[in-house]
Design a protein around this ligand. Structure first.
Ligand code: SAM
Length: 355
C-alpha cells in the first residue's frame, strides 16, 4: 500500500495511518495492469463509469489444461503485437513479423498451453475501508499458485475469504467443483464481485458460477448458509488480508473457526501476503510489523509457526494442524512484480481418529 503509509511510533504494529479522512490507498499493482489493459476488449464497467476493466491474459500450461472444466473455446485468439505467440499451424518455415524479424516460437510443451482472458473490474485508488475494490499483488501470486497446482483444486469445494475483486476465486473456479467468494457485506464490494463473475461467465462455464456470501472476520456468529459452506470447504484461499491489527486478529479467530468446521474434513488453507516494511523508532530498523504481528498471533492463538510439527487444535485432540512456507519457485502467469516481500503460507488441518 502506498501514499498514505506512515510510521506510528507509539504502536509499531499498526503501520497504516491516514493523514486526512480523504487520503487514499493505492495498490502498487496498478502500473502493471496498465500493460494488460492495452489488450482490452471494450467492456462497460458494471459498477461505476470511473472503474477500470483489465483484460488479464494468462496461459494455462498443457500439464494443467486437463483440469480445466467447461472452457469451451479451444482456439487461441491472435494478438498481432505479441511476437512470442504460439504457432499452432505445424508450418515449419521460419516465421517473420512485418519488420522481417524472426518470430520466436515457444517450446513444444508451451505450444499446447491454453490462452485465457480474464476480465477484472477494479478501482485505481480507494479509502482504506474499501481496499477490496483494488487488485493486490497477493491475489496475483495466489492465482499463479492455483494455475500451477490445478490438480489440488480439481473437484474441490473452494472458499475465498477477503475476496475483494474475486480474481483468485474466479481463477480457482476454472478447475474447482464449487467456489464461494466472500467479503465484508459492503454493497460496493458485493456488487463488484457480482460484476466480475458476470464479466467472466463465458470463461467460467455453465453451471459453475461462483456464489457470493458475506463473511466478516469480526462477526461472532455465522449464518446457517455460511456455516454449511465453510464446513464443506476443502480448500480456502486468502490474499492480502494482513494489513491492520484488528483485522489480522479477527482473521486468525476466523481461521480457527474454519479449521475446526466440518465433520472430519481436512482443509488446505493458502494465505498469500505482502510484507510491508516500515522504519520504526521502537526497533531503530525497518521491519514488517503486520507480518510479525500475524506470526505472533498465529503462535499465540493457534500454536502455529512456519515449519512447526503437527499441533492439536481442539481439546479432544482430533484435529491436527501444520503450517509451511510455500517456496515461490512456481511459474508466473500474470503480469506483476513478484517482489521478495511476497509470502505464501500453507496451513493444513487433518482429522486424526482416536480409536
Ligand atoms: C487488501 S484487500 C485484498 C483483496 C483481494 N484479496 C486481493 O488480494 O486483491 C483486503 C480485503 O480484506 C477484506 N476485509 C477487510 N476487513 C475484513 C473483515 N473484517 N472481514 C472480512 N474481510 C475483510 C477487504 O474488504 C478486502 O477485500
Amino acid at each position: 500500500m502506498s501514499s498514505s503509509e506512515s510510521v506510528d511510533e507509539s504502536t509499531p504494529s499498526c503501520n497504516i495511518k491516514f493523514m486526512s479522512p480523504d487520503d487514499k490507498v493505492v495498490s502498487e499493482v496498478n502500473p502493471f495492469l496498465v500493460q494488460v489493459t492495452k489488450h482490452n476488449n471494450v467492456v462497460n464497467p458494471l459498477q461505476k463509469p470511473s472503474n477500470l476493466v483489465a483484460t488479464i491474459i494468462f496461459n494455462v500450461p498443457a500439464a494443467e489444461k486437463r483440469f480445466l472444466q467447461d472452457c469451451t473455446d479451444d482456439s487461441t485468439e491472435h494478438r498481432p503485437e505479441d511476437n512470442t505467440r504460439v504457432d499452432n499451424t505445424h508450418n515449419h518455415e521460419l516465421l517473420k513479423d512485418e519488420d522481417g524479424d524472426l518470430i520466436l516460437l515457444r517450446n513444444a510443451e508451451e505450444r499446447n498451453d491454453k490462452e485465457l482472458n480474464i476480465l477484472i473490474e477494479y478501482e485505481n485508488s480507494t479509502s482504506l475501508d474499501l481496499v477490496g475494490l483494488q487488485i493486490w499483488r497477493g491475489a496475483f501470486l495466489l492465482s499463479d499458485f492455483v494455475i500451477h497446482n490445478a490438480s489440488k483444486f480439481q473437484g474441490k469445494n473452494v472458499l475465498e475469504v477477503g475476496s475483494g475483486t474475486g480474481l483468485v476465486g474466479i481463477v480457482a473456479s476454472l478447475f474447482a467443483k464449487n467456489v464461494v467468494l466472500t467479503d465484508l457485506n459492503e454493497p460496493s464490494i458485493m456488487n463488484l464481485l457480482k460484476a466480475n463473475i458476470a464479466h467472466n461467465k463465458d470463461l467460467i462455464g455453465q453451471g459453475k458460477t461462483p456464489s457470493i456470501l458475506p463473511l466478516d472476520f469480526m462477526a461472532e456468529t455465522w449464518s446457517q448458509e455460511l456455516t454449511h459452506v465453510v464446513s464443506s470447504s476443502d480448500v480456502v484461499v486468502v490474499a492480502d488480508v494482513i494489513y491492520h491489527v484488528e483485522i489480522t486478529n479477527a482473521f486468525i479467530r476466523t481461521l480457527r473457526k474454519i479449521l475446526t468446521a466440518g465433520e472430519k474434513r481436512s482443509k488446505d488453507i493458502y494465505v498469500a501476503l505482502e510484507k510491508r516494511y516500515v522504519f520504526t523508532l521502537a526497533d531503530m530498523d525497518s521491519c514488517a510489523p503486520m507480518h510479525n504481528h500475524f506470526l505472533e498471533q498465529l503462535d499465540t492463538q493457534l500454536g502455529l509457526s512456519p515449519g512447526c510439527l503437527p499441533r492439536p487444535l481442539d481439546l479432544e485432540n482430533t484435529i491436527e494442524v501444520t503450517m509451511t512456507c510455500v517456496p515461490l519457485d512456481f511459474k508466473q502467469y500474470f503480469n506483476y512484480d513478484r517482489c521478495k516481500e511476497l509470502v505464501l503460507y500453507h496451513i493444513r488441518s487433518q482429522f486424526v481418529s482416536k480409536m
